[in-house]
Design a protein around this ligand. Structure first.
Ligand code: TXA
Ligand code: MG
Length: 317
C-alpha cells in the first residue's frame, strides 16, 4: 500500500508543515503545496522563480471536492464526466467562501482546477485534507520534468522541497489542456492532449487559441520550456554540430545525434517523448537542436505550442 510507504508519509508531513513535495502526474511532474496555505504557496513561487501574477492549478481528488471552491455549471459537469480524472484543467469562478490561497490564484476571482489520474498523486490527494496547488516541477522557463530524476536535479539544493514521490515516467508528457469556463463563451487557454475538438464534442463550439490570436492565460509567457541551447523549428536540413529532434519514418540525414519523437508519426507518442528528448538534447556540445515539422492537427497543436515556446530566445512578454 502506497499510503504506508515512508515516502508517502514524509510527503503528508511535509505538506502539513507548509513545505513542498514533488509529485508524479500523468502529464508532467508537479511541485505541490497545500493550496489553502499561502506561506506554503509562496515557497512554490520562490523555488521556481515564478512571477506572482501567474496563478497555479488546484488539484483535487474528485469533482465533488472541487465544488467546495468553485461555481460549476452544466459545461463543468459534462467535461468532468467525460475527462476526469485526467489531463484537463477548467477555469471557473471561485466561491466566496473558498479557502483557496489568493497568492495561488494571483488575486483573481477565478480558480484553475483539475482532478488528475496518476494513482500515486490520487492517493496523496485522497489522504490530504486540502487541495494541492502544483505547477510543473521546473524552474520558470525551464523544461517541465517527465521523470522524477529531472525534478531532483532541479531542486537538489532547495531548502523548501522536502519530499519526492516516485511515479515512473509521465505517460502523456505535456501539461494539461486548460479551458476557461468563467465566461459564457468557453476559451481554450492552453492546448494539450485533450484537444479542442474533443472538448467541443462534449460542450459545443469554444474559442480556440488560433481564433483568439494568442494564449490568454495570465502569465503565459512566450518563452517557456526552454533548453539552454537554441531550438530551430521546421528544419528541412541539419547543420553541422546540430542535434536532430526527428518525427516520422524518414528522419533528415546528416545529424550525428538523432532522437525520433515517433518513428510511426504517432502524435500521442511524440507528446510523451517531447520534454524528455528536449532534456536529453540540451547539451552544450551541440550548437542547436533542429526540429522536424510536426503536423498541426489534434495533439500536434499542443506539441507545436510547446516547441514554439522552447524556440523563443528572448522573453518577449
Ligand atoms: O498538467 C498540468 O497542468 C501540470 C501538472 C503538474 O498538473 N501543471 C501545470 O501548471 O502545468 P503550470 O503552473 O505550469 O501551468 C498553469 C497554467 C498557467 O498557464 C496559468 O496561467 C494557468 O494555468 N492558470 C492558472 N490559474 C488560472 C486562472 N485562474 N485563470 C486562467 N489561467 C490560469
Ligand atoms: Mg509550467
Amino acid at each position: 500500500m502506497i499510503e504506508e510507504s515512508e515516502d508517502f508519509l514524509r510527503a503528508m508531513t511535509t505538506l502539513g508543515d507548509g513545505f513542498l513535495v514533488v509529485v508524479p502526474t500523468e502529464t508532467v511532474y508537479g511541485l505541490a503545496a497545500d493550496a489553502y496555505n499561502s506561506d506554503a504557496v509562496a515557497k512554490i513561487y520562490a523555488t521556481k522563480g515564478r512571477p506572482a501574477f501567474n496563478p497555479l492549478i488546484f488539484h483535487y481528488f474528485s469533482a465533488e471536492r472541487v465544488l467546495e471552491d468553485v461555481e460549476a455549471d452544466e459545461r463543468f459537469d459534462a467535461l468532468a464526466k467525460a475527462f476526469w480524472p485526467g489531463p484537463l484543467t477548467m477555469v471557473l469562478r471561485r466561491k466566496k467562501q473558498s479557502k483557496a490561497s489568493s497568492l495561488a490564484t494571483a488575486g483573481l476571482d477565478t480558480l484553475a482546477v483539475r482532478v488528475p489520474s496518476h494513482p500515486v498523486f490520487r492517493a496523496l490527494l485522497e489522504s490530504y485534507p486540502h487541495p494541492l496547488a502544483a505547477p510543473s516541477a521546473n524552474p520558470s522557463t525551464r523544461i517541465s520534468p517527465t521523470k522524477l530524476m529531472q525534478a531532483q536535479t532541479y531542486f537538489k539544493s532547495s531548502p523548501y522541497v522536502k519530499a519526492y514521490l516516485e511515479g515512473g515516467a509521465s505517460v502523456f508528457g505535456i501539461e494539461s489542456t486548460v479551458v476557461d469556463l468563467s465566461d459564457k463563451t468557453a476559451h481554450l487557454l492552453r492546448p494539450g492532449i485533450i484537444t479542442q475538438e474533443a472538448i467541443e464534442s462534449v460542450i459545443g463550439p469554444i474559442l480556440g487559441i488560433t481564433s483568439t490570436g494568442m494564449i490568454k492565460a495570465p502569465g503565459q509567457m512566450k518563452k517557456h520550456y526552454a533548453p539552454s541551447i537554441p531550438v530551430r523549428l521546421n528544419a528541412t536540413f541539419v547543420r553541422a554540430n546540430e542535434a536532430l529532434l526527428a518525427f516520422g519514418p524518414t528522419p533528415l540525414e546528416g545529424a550525428g545525434t538523432v532522437l525520433n519523437l515517433s518513428e510511426t508519426g504517432d502524435l500521442l507518442q511524440a507528446a510523451s517523448h517531447l520534454f524528455s528528448y528536449l532534456h536529453a538534447l540540451d547539451n552544450p556540445r551541440f550548437q542547436s537542436i533542429a526540429v522536424m515539422p510536426i503536423p498541426n492537427g489534434g495533439v500536434g497543436v499542443a506539441i507545436n505550442d510547446r516547441l514554439h515556446r522552447a524556440s523563443v530566445r528572448e522573453n518577449e512578454d
